[in-house]
Design a protein around this ligand. Structure first.
Ligand code: PEP
Length: 250
């Protein structure tokens, strides 16, 4: 039985001070959930948010990291640096990184391998843009993103990855995928994992939905058989996140 996972990706929002105030406000609400809860603040707020949440089970993660341990990579942050302040989870391949910062499938794959080699929990994002959806090529597109990311990942590492299916046309647009649309893709991702590994790994791996998820649609989405929770952007910056975390309990 897979446990519900609800994760907030704050993107480039909140100073350390604002992050500290907000997380104090939602702390008791997210700490007592019947779910694994993750918060992904900007790098500068990681320490503050970790300090506030230190006596809870809520996990604090990074939104990105680089593939090398150290060196001449101006502006980058390594897994070792994150782990030195107790950060052990990381979002990899978010569509904003792929589109705005031109991260290729190869780079996403290398980041996944690095995170796993460091014992971190990667949240691996995949998802199609509007054109690919409208051309009805989305299933092949997403499954090729999955195959490329998981190439050379061992079966024992594969089930440590949390996959987030995030249709690009639904991110920050208010245009949410229906439960059926999201389920169709998440079920297909699970079949791809079964093909690559085994039924056991496919049954154990967590697959989240992300894209304009909010308190009004989370319960329907998270109740689909192959959707194990959500990666939440905009609504993760608001007190509403607490209700999303608890949505299946009501
Ligand atoms: C995201 O960026 O991961 C996301 C799901 O954003 P939003 O919920 O704002 O669509």
């Amino acid at each position: 039985m897979r446990k519900l996972i609800v994760a907030a990706n704050w993107k480039m929002n909140k100073t350390p001070e604002e992050a500290g105030i907000f997380v104090e406000e939602i702390k008791s609400g997210i700490a007592d959930a019947n779910a694994d809860v993750y918060v992904f603040p900007p790098f500068l707020a990681l320490q503050t948010v970790s300090d506030v949440l230190k006596d809870t089970d809520v996990k604090v993660g990074a939104q990105n990291m680089y593939i090398e341990d150290k060196g001449a990579y101006t502006g980058e942050i390594s897994a070792d640096m994150l782990q030195s302040i107790g950060i052990n989870s990381v979002i990899i391949g978010h569509s904003e990184r792929r589109q705005i910062f031109k991260e290729s499938d190869e780079m996403v794959h290398a980041k996944l391998i690095k995170a796993l080699s460091k014992g971190m929990t990667p949240i691996l994002c995949c998802g199609e843009d509007l054109e690919t959806r409208e051309n009805n090529k989305f299933m092949d597109f997403i499954n090729s993103q999955i195959k490329s990311a998981f190439a050379d990942v061992s079966e024992s590492d594969a089930c440590k990855v949390i996959i987030a299916y995030e249709p690009v046309w639904a991110i920050g647009t208010g245009k949410v995928a229906t439960g059926e649309q999201a389920e169709q893709v998440c079920a297909s991702i699970r079949s791809t994992i079964e093909e690559m590994y085994s039924k056991e790994t496919a049954d154990n791996i967590h697959i989240l939905y992300g894209g304009s998820c909010n308190v009004g649609n989370a319960k329907e989405l998270f109740s689909m058989p192959d959707i194990d929770g959500g990666l939440i952007g905009g609504a993760g910056l608001k007190p509403e996140f607490v209700d999303i975390v608890h949505c299946k309990e009501k």
